[in-house]
Structures are given as structure tokens and as C-alpha cells.
Design a protein around this ligand. Structure first.
Ligand code: DX5
Ligand code: ZN
Length: 224
């Protein structure tokens, strides 16, 4: 059951030369999404715990670290110390996913799993009761500004059905190519957590207005 939409701006496509003010522009969001890329798991390099720590002092939002890295287990503690509240890991990037999720939760952080577009839901069936969030990648990870992969829409519907049937309340996040149009589609499919980067930071509109318009879609959905 959707109890309201949360919006998490991704800073990957924000102005890296002015991150402090970029983050201040999205103070009305619900979370801040930090895309951590190591050039191995994805063909791009972004930033690490030091940037998360620097931004921590300039935002009241909870931070989530989306680890698109090899050996994600070595980054849990550094991001915890940097002030992150949730860590999202990929099953495609680790051998022992159950142990990794346990490690995140034992660190006192929220645990989420992010699935690449080609990864089936069956990869996490046994973990669903342990998760605070399943993030369904709606682009192939590594870059902002890509178009939503529409074949992920049925996956959102299937996951919503699984969670409803099992009476589980973990969030369904979507990440990549989210704008006002695609957000309506993914919410209709059952998503309740929207990661958006380009739509928020590279838009001619005020980021706060863009965020409010995305959240409004959730209110409309609840009215259905
Ligand atoms: C891609 C990242 C996404 C991306 C979203 O690997 O995980 O968070 O930055 O950017 P947009 O919203 O521009 O697709
Ligand atoms: Zn991301």
C-alpha cells in the first residue's frame, strides 16, 4: 500500500563545483541520494565518504549511499562514519548478499538492495523481509541523464504485488530517467520512492517546485 511518495535528489548531475548550495536547493526533499561509483562496477568514477561527510554538515536530510562499487563490504563503516543513514547495495557486486545486508543492519543503518534492469526479482526473494528498500534501476547504472527503461515497469508491478501479498512494508524505489512524466508511470506501477538527478538539478525550474510537483503525483495516487 502506498502511504506517500518520497523524493530523493541524486547529486550525480548536480554542479560538483558548488555542491553545498546545490544541496541547500533540495532541502524540501525527503532523502539525499549519493551515487558512489568506483570505475569497476560501473564505467564511471564519482566520489567517496569524504564528500558525504563534507555535505553532512550542510543538510538536514537523511543521506543514502548507492554503492555501485566492487567489494561494497569495505565501504559500510566509512559511509556510516560520514553520516549516511541508509546503504543500497547491488547483488551483482557481491558474492554474499545476505551477509552484506546483515553487516549494514548490524552497523545500525537502513539496508536496501538495488537491482540492475536485467536482474530478476528472484535474486532477492529470500531477503525481502530484511530490507528497508528495494531500488529498481530504471537505467543501466553509471550515468545520470539517461532515459527510463520501460521494460522495468512490469518489475515494479510484480514487486508491489509480492510485498502486498507478503504484508511487507519495504519501500519500492526507482532510479534513473525519472521526470514528471515517467514518475506518474512508475507510481502507477507501485513505486513510492523516486530518485531523480537531472530532472531536479538540470531543469530551468526551481528544484523545490520540481520536488513538490513529484510529491503531488503521490497525493493524486493516494486519492485514487
Ligand atoms: C545512475 C544513478 C542514478 C542517476 C539518476 O547510476 O544510480 O541515481 O544519477 O540520474 P537521472 O535522474 O539523471 O537519471
Ligand atoms: Zn543511484
Amino acid at each position: 500500500m502506498i502511504t506517500g511518495i518520497e523524493v530523493a535528489p541524486s547529486i550525480l548531475n548536480a554542479d560538483f563545483a558548488d555542491l553545498r548550495s546545490e544541496v541547500a536547493k533540495v532541502a524540501t526533499a525527503d532523502w539525499l541520494h549519493l551515487d558512489i561509483m568506483d570505475g569497476h562496477f560501473v564505467p564511471n568514477l564519482s566520489f567517496g565518504p569524504a564528500v558525504a561527510k563534507a555535505l553532512r554538515a550542510h543538510s538536514d536530510l537523511p543521506f543514502e549511499a548507492h554503492l555501485m562499487v566492487a567489494n561494497p563490504e569495505v565501504y559500510i563503516e566509512p559511509f556510516k562514519e560520514a553520516g549516511v543513514a541508509r546503504v543500497l547495495v547491488h547483488p551483482e557486486g557481491t558474492i554474499h548478499l545476505h551477509r552484506l545486508v546483515q553487516q549494514i543492519k548490524e552497523s545500525g543503518l537502513e539496508a536496501g538492495v538495488a537491482l540492475n534492469p536485467a536482474t530478476p526479482l528472484s535474486a532477492i526473494d529470500l531477503l525481502l523481509p530484511d530490507l528497508d528498500m528495494v531500488l529498481l534501476m530504471t537505467v543501466n547504472p553509471g550515468f545520470g541523464g539517461q532515459s527510463l527503461i520501460r521494460s522495468v515497469l512490469p518489475k515494479i508491478r510484480q514487486l508491489r504485488q509480492k510485498l502486498t501479498t507478503a504484508g511487507l512494508h519495504c519501500r519500492i524505489g526507482v532510479d534513473g530517467g525519472i521526470n514528471q512524466t515517467t514518475a506518474a508511470e512508475v507510481i502507477a506501477a507501485g513505486a513510492d520512492f523516486l530518485v531523480a538527478g537531472t530532472h531536479i538539478f538540470r531543469n530551468n525550474e526551481d528544484p523545490a517546485q520540481v520536488i513538490a510537483a513529484l510529491k503531488q503525483l503521490g497525493t493524486a495516487k493516494l486519492a485514487d
